[in-house]
Write a protein of this length. Structure first.
Length: 395
């Protein structure tokens, strides 16, 4: 097998079971290495440490498949890893009955670059690393067998693939093609656009936070910013909100949100408004108009795709949180999120605290929020905790 040798001292992260090796950690390679090829990773002293997938185009030059040198990386390896990931989900009572479920969560499930979400009887797969790309056939076969789903759609079009030197790949891999799938989540029906929707079609990581919105919405005036296809908004209506204003810059997303509302005739849709606007501009307009809300949800897109964008992203997060504080009625609640992995939990809380201070408001943390349980975070891979949020009560 071909080899990769680290510079002195660069084995420390591997000894802590972190799965990434950056280009700056590598002293030399042995043999002509191709993208996705499995290599033995050795310390500067020559000690074999792991089997990893090589990626010549990426700053993350190798991603570890296994630290067990007695475990070959072959078709059986992927079958075991996929089966183990599914078994972990179904051991948790809160996940066993979900129609929308993340089956594989990349590095935290021991499968770097592999994302697989199930919507009812359809799996949507993303392969975002050179190693995952090379083992596509084995991963697809394992998912079909272990999930028992009728369809599998590959939607490997994430921007991160370009960093791996990979072109987008979109194709049906199994079963009869379809455009959308209807699932039910906490009593609300949602049509998932797996072809044209963001990511795999929906944001399953926010599932339990959407349930929480229903619990806090009774008789409150709710403002949902960056509402996408209306998941938070419809849960607010289910929870008895007095009114719900939903804002997004995408008219197609708003149209789908309204269509999702129509799937739920029991909801008081007359209390809902859907507004196509730039959220930053709309928040400023609402402040100038003297508007007031009892519950505001801020779930923006990723403002910091990498650490290089961190300062600018924190300013953007601060702006929207500052405006939200100014719009909240006394005793109101703010549910605010960042999905930027480059923004730490500590930096996020400091930013929100600064926004509260500037607005002249006092706020207390009611709950710390994160991704649902089907998005686990391996202790050795803190980067997996990309979604962080706070539910605040504002005085």
């Amino acid at each position: 097998m071909k080899e990769l040798t680290l510079k002195p001292g660069k084995e420390r992260s591997l000894l802590l079971r972190h799965p990434w090796l950056y280009d700056t950690s590598i002293a030399e390679t042995k043999g002509r290495l191709r993208a996705g090829e499995t290599v033995v990773v050795r310390s500067a002293r020559g000690e074999a440490l792991a089997y990893a997938a090589y990626s010549p185009a990426s700053k993350i030059r190798a991603r570890v498949w296994t630290f067990d040198l007695h475990e070959p990386v072959d078709h059986a390896f992927f079958k075991r890893r996929v089966a183990a990931a599914l078994q972990r989900r179904f051991r948790l009572p809160e996940l066993s009955s979900q129609q929308g479920l993340r089956l594989i969560h990349g590095e935290s499930d021991g499968l770097p670059g592999v994302i697989a979400d199930r919507y009812d009887d359809t799996v949507v797969l993303q392969l975002n690393s050179a190693g995952a790309e090379k083992w596509r056939e084995a991963i697809v076969a394992a998912l079909i067998k272990e999930s028992g789903c009728r369809r599998l759609y590959e939607k490997s079009d994430a921007e991160t693939r370009a960093l791996e030197g990979l072109e987008p790949v979109i194709a049906w891999r199994h079963g009869v093609a379809c455009d959308e799938i209807v699932i039910e989540e906490h009593g609300v029906k949602l049509a998932i656009d797996i072809i044209g929707g963001h990511k795999t079609g929906f944001y399953l990581d926010q599932r339990e936070n959407r349930r929480l919105v229903a619990e806090f919405s009774a008789d409150r005036r709710v403002l949902n910013c960056f509402c996408y296809t209306g998941g938070f908004s419809l849960q607010a209506l289910r929870g008895g909100a007095r009114s719900v204003l939903s804002v997004d810059s995408s008219q197609p997303a708003l149209a789908r949100a309204q269509a999702n509302g129509e799937l739920n005739p029991g909801l008081p849709l007359e209390r809902a408004q859907w507004r196509c606007a730039n959220v930053f501009e709309e928040l400023r307009r609402l402040v100038q108009a003297g508007a007031s809300f009892d519950f505001i949800i801020l779930d923006p897109p990723k403002f910091a795709p990498s650490a290089a964008h961190l300062s600018r992203a924190l300013r953007a997060y601060r702006d929207i949180n500052l405006l939200a504080f100014r719009l909240l009625a006394q005793g109101g609640f703010l549910m605010t999120f960042s999905c930027s992995g480059a923004v730490s939990v500590e930096a996020f809380q400091r930013m929100v605290a600064a926004a509260a201070l500037e607005s002249g408001r006092e706020a207390r943390i009611v709950r710390r929020l994160g991704a649902a349980a089907d998005h686990p975070v391996a202790l050795s891979f803190p980067e997996g905790e990309y979604l962080k949020g706070l539910l605040l009560e504002v005085a």
